[in-house]
Design a protein around this ligand. Structure first.
Ligand code: PMP
Ligand code: GLU
Length: 402
C-alpha cells in the first residue's frame, strides 16, 4: 500500500502539513503512554474546566429536547446573543443575519477561505501566525503572504510592511489579537494604522481573529472592525474555546458582511450542517452570563505568565517577549544555534524542541511551524507546579549545550 499512497491520495492532502500543535500534543501522549513523565506545554488549551453555569445550560438544553438539527448558521437565540455581544464588548454592528456559528473558530477560518479564495488569490498573514492559517489558505488554493516582525518589535509588523505586501491579488489580511503564538496584543493606535493602510484598497477585506479577547492583560481589547473606514469590510472571528475553557465543545463564530455570511452558511450546509444544538444553547448562556469565571481564569494566566517570564530570564540564551495576552510565550533561542552537548547539535528551533522533548520530556512547539524559525512556543495553560518543573528541567538540559 505504501508504494501507491502517492497515487491514491490527492495532491491537496499530500501538500498539507499536519497541524504541528496537535502533532506535539500527540507525541506527548505517546511518550506518556510509554511511561515517561512528560510535561506538555505544546497545546493551546486552557487547563481549566468549563464554568458550571455553562455546563448546566447544556444539560438543561438536552433535557428540553434540543437534540435536533438547528438552522445552519446557528440557533436564532445564539446569533442574537453574538450580535449583542459584538455590540456590547466590541462596538461592532453585525446583525444576527450576519453571524455564522461553526464547529470551532477553526471551521470559521476554513469556511471563509473556501468562500473567498480562488486559485492564486493572496492572503496577507501577519507572521508569526497560527499554524492553521497557513495550511487552510493553501488548502483553499490561496497563496499566504507573510508580513513578518521579530521579537525585537514585539512581533508587530509596521504599517509600511503591510502596505508593501498588498497587491491586486490580495483578498484579505489575516491576523489574531491577542496573537497565537506570540501573545502580542495590538493596541488602538496600531490597529488604526493598519486600518488606514487597508482602507484605500477597496478589494481587500480584513479577517480579525479575536478568539483570545478575554485573555488580555492590558484591559483594552480593540476590534479593528470598529474603525469606520474598514467597518464594512471586516470579518470578526471569535469563539468559546479559550475565554470559556470550551475547547472540546467545538463552537466558534464570526460576524461578516451579509453576502459573505451567506456564502459561509452555504458551505457549512454542505459539510457539517452546523454546530451541535445543545452546545449552541449553552453558548448563548455563556455570552450573556457572568464573566466572573472568565476573569478568574485570566488572572490565573497573568500570574503564570509572570512566573514563566521570571524563570525563563534565568536561562542564558533565551530571549523572551513580554506577552500581553493569550497564554503563550514565544522566546527567541537563536543564541543556541550551532551549540552542542557533545552528541546533538542544535541547528534550528525544530532541533531545539526535539532536544528539550527527548532530554527533559517537556513538550514545546517549534517556531518554524508559526513562521519564525528563531523561536519556540510555550503554552502556560498548565499548573504552576508543572510550569516550574518544566522550566527547571529546561534550564538543566540547556546548560549542557556549549
Ligand atoms: N484561532 C486561533 C488564533 C487559535 O489559537 C485557535 C486555537 N484553537 C483557533 C482559532 C481555533 O479555535 P477553535 O478551538 O474554536 O476551533
Ligand atoms: N489553537 C490551539 C493551539 O494553537 C489548539 C490546537 C489547534 O487547534 O491548533 O495550540
Amino acid at each position: 500500500m505504501t508504494d501507491t499512497t502517492t497515487t491514491i491520495l490527492s495532491q491537496r492532502v499530500m501538500a498539507l502539513a499536519e497541524s504541528e500543535t496537535l502533532k506535539m500534543a500527540r507525541m506527548a501522549r505517546e511518550l506518556r503512554a510509554l511511561g515517561h513523565d512528560v510535561i506538555s506545554l505544546s497545546l493551546g488549551e486552557p487547563d481549566f474546566d468549563t464554568p458550571d453555569f455553562i455546563k448546566d445550560a447544556a444539560y438543561q438544553a438536552l433535557k428540553d429536547g434540543y437534540t435536533k438539527y438547528t438552522p445552519v448558521a446557528g440557533l436564532p437565540e445564539l446569533t442574537k446573543a453574538v450580535s449583542e455581544k459584538f455590540k456590547r464588548d466590541n462596538n461592532l454592528d453585525y446583525r444576527p443575519e450576519q453571524i455564522v456559528v461553526s464547529n470551532g473558530a477553526k471551521q470559521t477560518v476554513y469556511n471563509l477561505c473556501q468562500a473567498l479564495l480562488d486559485p492564486g488569490d493572496e492572503v496577507v498573514v501577519f507572521a508569526p501566525y497560527w499554524v492553521s492559517y497557513w495550511e487552510i489558505v493553501k488548502l483553499s488554493g490561496g497563496v499566504p503572504v507573510p508580513v513578518y516582525a521579530g521579537v525585537e518589535r514585539d512581533f508587530k509588523p509596521t504599517p509600511e510592511q503591510l502596505a508593501a505586501a498588498i497587491t491586486e491579488r490580495t483578498k484579505f489580511v489575516l491576523f489574531s489579537s491577542p496573537c497565537n503564538p506570540t501573545g502580542t496584543v495590538f493596541d488602538r493606535e496600531e490597529l488604526k494604522a493598519y486600518a488606514d493602510v487597508i482602507a484605500p484598497h477597496q478589494h481587500v477585506l480584513i479577517v480579525s481573529d479575536e478568539i483570545y479577547e478575554y485573555i488580555n492583560f492590558t484591559h483594552e481589547h480593540v476590534s479593528i472592525g470598529s474603525f469606520p473606514n474598514v467597518k464594512d469590510r471586516t470579518i470578526t472571528i471569535n469563539g468559546f474555546a479559550k475565554g470559556f475553557a470550551m475547547t472540546g465543545w467545538r463552537l466558534g463564530y464570526m460576524g461578516a458582511p451579509r453576502f459573505i455570511a451567506d456564502a459561509c452558511s452555504k458551505i457549512q450546509g454542505q459539510v457539517t450542517s452546523g454546530a451541535s444544538s445543545f452546545g449552541q444553547k449553552a453558548g448563548a448562556v455563556a455570552l450573556m452570563g457572568d464573566l466572573g469565571p472568565t476573569e478568574k481564569m485570566r488572572e490565573a494566566f497573568r500570574e503564570r505568565r509572570d512566573i514563566v517570564l521570571s524563570m525563563l530570564e534565568e536561562i542564558p540564551g533565551i530571549k523572551a517577549n513580554h506577552p500581553d495576552g493569550a497564554f503563550y510565550v514565544f522566546p527567541d533561542i537563536s543564541a543556541y544555534f550551532g551549540k552542542s552537548d557533545g552528541q546533538t547539535i542544535i541547528h534550528n528551533s525544530d532541533d531545539f524542541c526535539d532536544y528539550v522533548m527527548s532530554g527533559a520530556y517537556v513538550g514545546l512547539v517549534s517556531g518554524a511551524a508559526f513562521g519564525d524559525p528563531n523561536c519556540f512556543r510555550l503554552s502556560y495553560a498548565a499548573s504552576e507546579e508543572q510550569l516550574r518543573e518544566a522550566i527547571r528541567r529546561m534550564k538543566d538540559i540547556l546548560g549542557r549545550l556549549k
